[in-house]
Structures are given as structure tokens and as C-alpha cells.
Design a binder for this molecule. Structure first.
Ligand code: SF4
Ligand code: FE
Length: 438
């Protein structure tokens, strides 16, 4: 298993084509708008080597008969499904944001059972590839969402709005199109492309699942902007070390050799894949989002102490309500995992109804927690001067009387970051649209 340092070093070996703010980035790892999201992924590697968290982060792979990071692991039983949620909650509480590795994990499990249904050739290719991913402890970009364009049209009517096979050669396929909202794409080693929806007869070119290196010729990534992203890494960031990341990924005639093409035109297996992935990832939100909410509740709680209102009954009621909403989401994720069923391929699936109910609540309850956090934080969350003003030798003492000490200022910045700053993209808006819009 890679250490965090080995993960960072491995990213530097790539020849990734990434654009940020209209410019090609020489080394993504060192870019101030990218680095916080790299740090969040690195935490998934670091926890596998920390004695305090190793039990959460490491599992035994029967495929390669070795310990693997849980983010490369197959769900062999219900305990693996629930262990994923506990790991995600711990990571969400540590980073306060999206750590980006779950889409690949949920994708590889969904592909394991979908390729099994497709047949021994497809499954054999996939398992051979997965063994390599586990051995090298790779970060996968699970690439599912197509741009779609006019939703009233089927993919063949607007092919440019979907990733598709444009050429079949004896030794592989050529892909063209794009995937959008790609979590952690620029921090990954490989892209695992999957269809984003169930497809009909005549739409076989869109039913493709395949893996390719992030720096394969023809792949271009463009980083999505986030509110206040120019603050990243600086004193007003709110979350100094960690951040999320979403990219547009363009595929301009990208060749993928046959051994990494897992599904090509098998509509039934593609439908199985989409369905299984949606279940896994909707349950995943019962892990990471409660972890992020822990951070927000903690910040709000500390601010009420700073404000001297912690003991007021209406404040206690609000903190209890925030906790109740958070644990509702977590409980549903755990319930979907604990009511799992075994697929004939040997991996376990979550309960689809409970996973969908979990995601349904995720589109609503965190918004209420944010509202209560903004209530408890007070108006200064939106009007506080910069930390540079607080540090100014002449202004500082006068501002401290008005704003309070450095602890209060940092807590306000953290609530701002998660409510409507750069952290709101992977936290709040992702609650609405991640793992499938409501
Ligand atoms: Fe993982 Fe949550 Fe980020 Fe999805 S939104 S990749 S489940 S941390
Ligand atoms: Fe997501």
C-alpha cells in the first residue's frame, strides 16, 4: 500500500494535461488551487499507515492475497459495506471536504458484478486489471456523468453530448466526448469510464466501460472553479489544508486497448452497472456527508461558546437538531449497507431503497444544518475583514475588539468555507447533485 508521500510522488510521474483559469499547468500537485484536493486524497493513503486508523483503512484482498487500501477493495460481505461508511465518516470529519476516492471504489465494485453478468471474457479482463489497481494502490477517477445537453433527446440524437465509441479496431476502441463533474480527476492515476444512464437498443456505442491512464493521449482536463478559490492555501481559506476538486474531462479520440475495455455494447450489463453504482454511491453519502457535518457542527458549537450563548436553551436545541439530522443520514447509509444482499458474482450490494432514501435526505438535511450553522455563527460570518487586517500592527488591536480573537475568526472562516465558500461545491451542491440528481 502506498504511503501519502509515495502517492504524491506517483502523481508527479504523470504527464497530465490540465488547464486552470485558461492556462496549462506544469505540475498539478504544486498548483495552489489543486494542492488542497491532493492533500485530501493523500489522507486516504496516510490513514492506512497510521496505527490509530489502520483498521478502518485496510482490508485483505483475496484477489491478490495481500492487504489493500479499502478504496481498492471489493465488498465481500455486509461488514465491508459498513466499514466503508465508517472510513468515509472518519475521513469526512478529518478533511471537512470530499476526499474523492469513493467514486472509483463504488465503480470497481459495480463493474465487478456487471462484467460477471456480461460473461467470463469481460470479467476476466476486469479482474486482471483490478489486480493491478490493488497492487499499485491506485486512485481512480470514476467517470460517469455525461454532459447530456438537451435531455429530451436520446444519446444517438446528440452524440457530441455523450462519451461514446467512435471506432472499433482489432486491438481496441477509440473514445470521443466528455465527462463532467469529475471528482478528483486530476488527482487520479486512471480514469474508469462508465455509462451514465441505462441505454436502449441502437445505443450500443454509448454502453462502454473501460480504463485508461489519466495522461493517455487525447485526454484533457479542465479544473472547475469554486467560490473564493483564490483564497486556497492562504489565511482566509477557512480550510487551510484540504479541499475538493471537480474537473471537465475531454476525450479527443482516445485509444483504449482491448484488455482495458470491460464492456462494449452490452446493454444489460451496462444497466446493471449503472444501477449498482447508484446504490453504492448513494449509500456512500451516508458516510462522507455526516463526517463533513461533524466539522460544521463542531465549528458552530465552538462559536456559541465564543459568543457566550452555549447554555441558552434555544442554542442547545439547534445543536441537537443539527446532530439529529446528521445521524439520520448516517443511519440510513448504515441501514442500506447492513441490509445488503450477495450478488452471484460474490460481491455484496446495498439495499437499493434505503440507499435512495439516504441520498434523498442528503439533498435536504445538510441544507438545514447549514442554515442553523449560519444562524449560530452570527452575521460576522459574512462581513468579517481579512485575516491580514486582523494581523495588521495598527488595525489589529482595534479589530480584535470588534471581531474577537483569532480562534473566533478562524471558526467563522470555516463556517463560511462550508456554507458558501469553496467547500460548498464538494459539500453542499454535491449533496444535491452527486451520485445522481434527485
Ligand atoms: Fe467520497 Fe463523498 Fe467525495 Fe463522493 S462526495 S467521492 S462519497 S467524499
Ligand atoms: Fe460525489
Amino acid at each position: 500500500m502506498k504511503t501519502a508521500a509515495a502517492y504524491l510522488a506517483s502523481l508527479r510521474e504523470r504527464d497530465l494535461v490540465l488547464y486552470v483559469d485558461g492556462e496549462r499547468v506544469a505540475e498539478p500537485v504544486d498548483h495552489p488551487k489543486v494542492r488542497p484536493s491532493v492533500n485530501a486524497v493523500a489522507a486516504t493513503y496516510a490513514m492506512a499507515h497510521d496505527p490509530a486508523t489502520r483498521a478502518l483503512a485496510v482490508a485483505h484482498s483475496d484477489l491478490i492475497d495481500a492487504p489493500v487500501n479499502r478504496f481498492c477493495h471489493l465488498f465481500r460481505d455486509e461488514a465491508d459495506l459498513t466499514a466503508k461508511l465508517h472510513f468515509q465518516r472518519a475521513l469526512g470529519a478529518l478533511t471537512g471536504t470530499c476526499f474523492q476516492r469513493c467514486v472509483g471504489l463504488d465503480g470497481l465494485n459495480a463493474l465487478f458484478l456487471a462484467t460477471w453478468e456480461s460473461g467470463p471474457d469481460a470479467h476476466g479482463r476486469f479482474v486482471a486489471w483490478l489486480k493491478g489497481v490493488q497492487t499499485r494502490d491506485e486512485m481512480l477517477c470514476g467517470a460517469m456523468t455525461d454532459p447530456k445537453g438537451d435531455r429530451s433527446k436520446r444519446p444517438p440524437e446528440v452524440p457530441e453530448s455523450y462519451l461514446r465509441v467512435v471506432e472499433r479496431r482489432p486491438d481496441g476502441v477509440v473514445l470521443r466526448g466528455a465527462k463532467v463533474h469529475q471528482t478528483g480527476a486530476a488527482n487520479a492515476h486512471q480514469i474508469l469510464v462508465m455509462p451514465g444512464q441505462a441505454l436502449r437498443e441502437g445505443e450500443e456505442d454509448f454502453a462502454v466501460a473501460a480504463a485508461l491512464p489519466v495522461d493517455a493521449p487525447g485526454v484533457t482536463m479542465v479544473l472547475g472553479r469554486q467560490p473564493s478559490d483564490e483564497r486556497k492555501g492562504g489565511p482566509d481559506a477557512g480550510n487551510l489544508r484540504y479541499g475538493g476538486q471537480e474537473c471537465v474531462v475531454l476525450f479527443e479520440d482516445v485509444f483504449v486497448p482491448s484488455e482495458r475495455v470491460f464492456l462494449d455494447g452490452d446493454l444489460d450489463a451496462a444497466a446493471t452497472l449503472v444501477d449498482a453504482f447508484a446504490g453504492y454511491h448513494r449509500a456512500s453519502y451516508g458516510g462522507c456527508k455526516p463526517g463533513n457535518l461533524d466539522v460544521l457542527i463542531g465549528a458552530a458549537d465552538l462559536l456559541t461558546r465564543e459568543h457566550g450563548i452555549r447554555k441558552a436553551s434555544h442554542v442547545r436545541d439547534k445543536l441537537v437538531e443539527m446532530t439529529h439530522l446528521t445521524e439520520t443520514i448516517h443511519g440510513l447509509g448504515l441501514a442500506a449497507s447492513g441490509k445488503g444482499t450477495r450478488h452471484d458474482a460474490g460481491v455484496w450490494k446495498v439495499d437499493p431503497i434505503l440507499a435512495n432514501v439516504c441520498k434523498h435526505h442528503v439533498t435536504k438535511l445538510p441544507y438545514e444544518v447549514v442554515r442553523l450553522a449560519e444562524d449560530l455563527a452570527g452575521g460576522m460570518v459574512a462581513t468579517m475583514p481579512s485575516i491580514a487586517d486582523l494581523d495588521h500592527p495598527e488595525l489589529g488591536p482595534a479589530l480584535e475588539t470588534v471581531v474577537g480573537g483569532r480562534d473566533r475568526a478562524q471558526l467563522l472562516r470555516l463556517v463560511e468555507y462550508m456554507s458558501y465558500g469553496s467547500g460548498a461545491v464538494p459539500f453542499r451542491i454535491e449533496c444535491m447533485h452527486g451520485a445522481g440528481s434527485p
